[in-house]
Write a new protein. Structure first.
Length: 451
């Protein structure tokens, strides 16, 4: 069987390696970077810079840990080199993995010329592949609103921000969702003055209100300016300034502006129409529980599928696609349940959640039990001189089954995996409470919340 994948992001990478292990002949076509541009040239660089900012924050807490000394300084050239080095190392590791698995790698732009014909436009010319199965995993790109014109210098998209050419003196971030607040945290940690334009009355409008409030409190303590209830409607650059105009008449002057207003799926010029694949008005490709499009042997995964735009979700979709191609409907495995996917926001403090949220439960009229434990009650948080945040577990009061949870604080992205496992496996709070956790650790707050 011939399996052709267009796009080597998390979905394509996982599908390629897993399918190859299952004995399928795989061709992987990628135009930019193995690992995906959105991942290796957006997600990973931002987390690298956030880690640098986190190191600076750790230094700032030394006074409460019996230490003293001068504050560390940011070396932008070294930071930029670090970002490029991590990207190169990860791409090299991806290349080695795919090659070792026997995947044929093709550098070029892939497109469908028909239901079973895939064309790769390479530097050497066109290559044509006959495919029994096809996966479209071409990812997304930053959305650019009509009222702004990014120039890669002072008006930036999220992908223009790294490696950093210069540290903004004053950055205006437009967009208060997950990506926007991460950029606020990142540049504030590195020393920039930051203003965040918040179109609603609080940041992270899709998240738990208590979680959003905790982040806003930290932003305020760190000197971030929150412009609430303001929707940006124009970004204009002068020689060395940018002006961000809002719909309520407020105007912000700064040195740089960054647009974090969503993403657009990369589904244009892929030949989807020639292959008979349906694309919706937003440019995403509707899929079923097996990631199949309306053309059963053509699959879509990752950002183009319109599901949760998370690398972890894309990877799992890729795995499920490989299994479905290899075994069809006979394979015994769970379908992807997107509302059980954990997510994290790499701010300070970190934020992570999974499963049912309080606001969803109330909207559905469901009875729930909510237990909240502050990290300040754990010895580890006091040892680390960072008692911020809390653990919140949501369960069914009748059965004790864990329905969801939120974590705000140090290592939230790591700790949420315990709750995610409980949600996926439909464990009870008693199963967590009866597990033994290492002492002293922050994870003990999970056990206390379950207890």
């Amino acid at each position: 069987m011939g399996f052709v994948i267009i796009g080597a992001g998390p979905a394509g990478m996982q599908a390629a390696t897993h399918a190859a292990r299952l004995g399928i002949d795989v061709v992987l076509i990628e135009a930019e970077v193995l690992g995906g541009a959105a991942n290796l040239r957006d997600c990973i660089p931002s987390k690298t810079m956030i880690a640098t900012g986190g190191a600076l924050s750790s230094v700032s807490r030394m006074g409460g840990m019996g230490l003293s000394g001068a504050r560390a300084e940011v070396d932008l050239a070294a930071l930029a080199e670090r970002v490029r080095d991590i990207e190169a190392r990860l791409e090299a590791a991806n290349t080695e993995l795919l090659t070792r698995q026997g995947v044929e790698l093709v550098h070029g732009y892939g497109r469908l010329a028909g239901p079973h014909e895939v064309v790769a436009d390479t530097l050497e010319g066109e290559r044509v592949f006959e495919a029994d199965a096809v996966l479209v995993g071409t990812g997304s790109r930053p959305r650019v609103p009509a009222w702004a014109e990014p120039d890669g210098d002072r008006v930036l998209t999220t992908r223009d921000a790294y490696p950093p050419k210069a540290l903004p003196e004053h950055l205006v971030v437009v967009g208060s969702g997950v990506t926007g607040v991460e950029f606020v945290h990142m540049f504030r940690s590195l020393g920039s003055e930051v203003t965040l334009v918040v179109s609603r009355q609080h940041v992270l409008p899709t998240k738990d209100a208590e979680v959003a409030a905790a982040l806003e409190e930290t932003f305020a303590q760190r000197g971030v300016h929150l412009l609430k209830g303001a929707r940006a409607e124009a970004v204009v650059r002068t020689d060395d300034k940018v002006h961000v105009s809002c719909n309520d008449g407020r105007l912000v002057e700064a040195s740089h502006a960054l647009l974090a207003v969503g993403a657009v799926p990369n589904t244009a010029q892929l030949g989807l129409e020639q292959a008979g694949v349906v694309v919706d008005a937003g440019g995403t490709i509707p899929i079923n529980q097996h990631c199949q499009t309306n053309v059963p042997h053509i699959y879509a995964a990752g950002d183009v599928s319109g599901k949760l735009p998370l690398a972890s979700v894309a990877s799992m979709q890729g795995r499920k696609v490989a299994e479905h191609i290899a075994f069809g409907h006979t394979v015994a495995h769970r379908h992807l349940t997107y509302d059980r996917a954990p997510s994290a926001i790499f701010t300070e403090p970190e934020i992570a959640d999974v499963g049912l949220a309080e606001v969803e439960a109330f909207a559905e009229g469901r009875k729930i039990r909510v237990t909240k434990v502050p990290f300040a009650s754990t010895a580890k948080a006091l040892i680390e001189n960072d008692p911020r945040g809390f653990v919140k577990i949501i369960s069914d009061p009748a059965t004790g089954v864990v329905l969801g949870g939120s974590i705000v604080g140090e290592s939230a992205a790591e700790l949420i995996s315990v709750v995610a496992l409980a949600v996926t496996a439909e464990l009870r709070v008693a199963d967590i409470a009866e597990s033994m956790f290492v002492h002293p650790t922050l994870a003990e707050a999970l056990a206390e919340a379950a207890e």
